[in-house]
Design a protein around this ligand. Structure first.
Ligand code: FAD
Length: 458
């Protein structure tokens, strides 16, 4: 490929990718996002800031044993802006692309720039700043909460007025950018575009923001492009199976007008989608796709077996009052009068794994079967939250039954007189594949779903 294929300067000959995509009928939009300045940690006075130590028991991203848990961590610190800082920042407002109209697109509401915060929450005299080290082998610090597109000298003067930043040295100033996106309602659940066959979209182009959101869609689009090549069925995760399922379902059925971030609050089945059971939920699916090897599947199967074994032990084994009362009393839990099943004791508020391990029968069983900490914690979650987990499972199963009611691609919504105009417009635009998908489109009412169910003979 010749080097001069890509023009260095924008000329009248330059072909813009978004324009090419639009020419096929895709609807596009603009979004914006920004970032704070990066500063030299050696120039900051951490003694006058509030220390925020890391998690006492830091987790890992992976379940694989080769991922070592962190043993030492670097602290973050908290400091605050002030009226003086805000006054300094206001001096640059007329030169901010966000305020003078050069940038008009929508930014993430949940992480606004510092100038946005001062403008929108003018009654607040200070805003919190998290001072975060960028890594072990760098002195660079991320000034979280101070995202800005104001001129560099304004950023610098304002930041110098923040407690602990009086002698701050900049590595890089903050800045903001605008980007194109394509309304994700133009995608199918496998992330293939509805307009152009075999074209898959993933990431920021779909209106999301965030590294994890982009990565999650990237792997799903990759898997589905590969499945399409093999003429296999698409791989779609349900909302009760994974956050990825919630993310894609939200994008495809609801679209987005602002940068979309995957908040846990967007998932109605949060109790089922826990980080402690991601391996139990997804490894076998990954294995079927050829993405998780035999060892990985075997490790998960072992976890499943051990979890069932230990849970069964707690369910069937009794405990005597004299064994449990010492730790029950220490936790202000009413003492036992007669022997009872361990699971009953474990279910009590405040009684945890450490207490249960004080029972000789428990510690012996764990040692004898070599049950690891992860499994012990998994059993604890399953016992403590069993009521909530079962209720959510029932709700999810009920809705999943609607997932089995397919809507034919040729279905004519316009002939249904009792369907509202808004419902017809939305259903025609999104073209849901199942009744369950139709029910999740914003603006579609339960009465519309009843009309569809009757028409489909249900
Ligand atoms: C300033 C800023 C700060 C951010 N801060 C954070 C943060 O702190 N945390 C967070 O989670 N997220 C943050 N984000 C968001 C995050 O970076 C993006 O959402 C994510 O990187 C999007 O990933 P992507 O793969 O969709 O797109 P990109 O990472 O943008 O990848 C697209 C790739 O396509 C290439 N490309 C474009 N056109 C062509 C072409 N015609 N031919 C070939 N290649 C092409 C580009 O060069 C690029 O490498 C930030 C974004 C910005 C802009």
């Amino acid at each position: 490929m010749s080097q001069n294929k890509y023009p260095k300067k924008i000329t009248s000959e330059t072909v813009f990718l978004p324009k090419t995509i639009e020419s096929h009928g895709f609807v596009s939009g603009r979004m914006k996002t920004g970032t704070p300045p990066r500063v030299d940690g050696r120039s900051l006075n951490f003694d006058v800031m509030e220390e925020q130590p890391g998690d006492e028991r830091p987790g890992t991203f992976s379940y694989l044993a080769q991922t070592n848990k962190l043993r030492t961590q670097r602290s973050c610190h908290i400091t605050y802006t002030s009226e003086q800082v805000h006054d300094e920042l206001r001096l640059g407002f007329d030169r901010s692309p966000m305020f003078n109209g050069r940038i008009q697109s929508v930014g993430p509401r949940y992480c606004p720039s510092i100038e946005d915060k001062i403008h929108r929450f003018s009654e607040k005299s200070r805003h919190q700043i998290f001072v975060e080290p960028e890594g072990w082998n760098t002195v660079e610090v991320y000034v979280n909460g101070f995202s800005t597109s104001l001129p560099q000298e304004i950023q610098y003067k304002a930041l110098k007025k923040v407690i602990g930043f009086e002698k701050v040295k900049f590595f890089r100033p903050g800045y903001a950018i605008e980007y194109d996106y394509f309304q994700p309602t133009q995608l199918k659940h496998n992330l293939e575009t509805k307009i152009l066959k075999n074209l898959f979209f993933a990431g920021q182009i779909n209106g999301t923001t965030g590294y994890e959101e982009a990565a999650a869609q990237g792997i799903m689009a990759g898997i589905n492009a590969n499945l399409k090549l093999k003429d296999a069925d698409p791989f779609v995760l349900n909302r009760d199976e994974a956050y990825i399922g919630v993310l894609i379902d939200d994008l495809v059925l609801k679209g987005t007008e602002e940068p979309y971030r995957m908040f846990t609050s967007r998932a109605e089945y949060r109790t089922l989608l826990r980080q402690d059971n991601a391996d139990l939920r997804l490894t076998s699916l990954g294995h079927e796709l050829g993405l998780a090897d035999e060892d990985r599947l075997a490790a998960v199967n072992r976890k499943v077996e051990h979890t069932a074994l230990l849970k069964d032990f707690y369910t069937k084994t009794s405990v005597l009052p004299e064994e449990a009362n010492p730790f029950l009393e220490a936790k202000n839990s009413s003492p036992m009068r007669q022997s009872d099943k361990m699971i009953k004791i474990y279910s009590r508020p405040g009684i945890d794994l450490n207490d249960m391990r004080k029972l000789t029968a428990v510690s012996d069983f764990i040692a004898q079967h070599e049950i690891n900490q992860d499994v012990q914690e998994q059993v604890e979650v399953q016992i403590k939250y069993s009521g909530y987990i079962e209720k959510e499972r029932l709700n999810a199963d009920k809705l999943n039954r609607l997932e089995a009611v397919n809507i034919p691609a040729s279905f004519d919504y316009d002939i249904l007189a009792s369907l509202s105009y808004e419902a017809k417009e939305k259903l025609n635009k999104i073209k849901p594949q199942t009744i369950s998908q139709a029910s999740r489109i914003s603006g579609i009412k339960p009465s519309d779903i009843s009309v569809l169910l009757v028409k489909l003979g249900r």
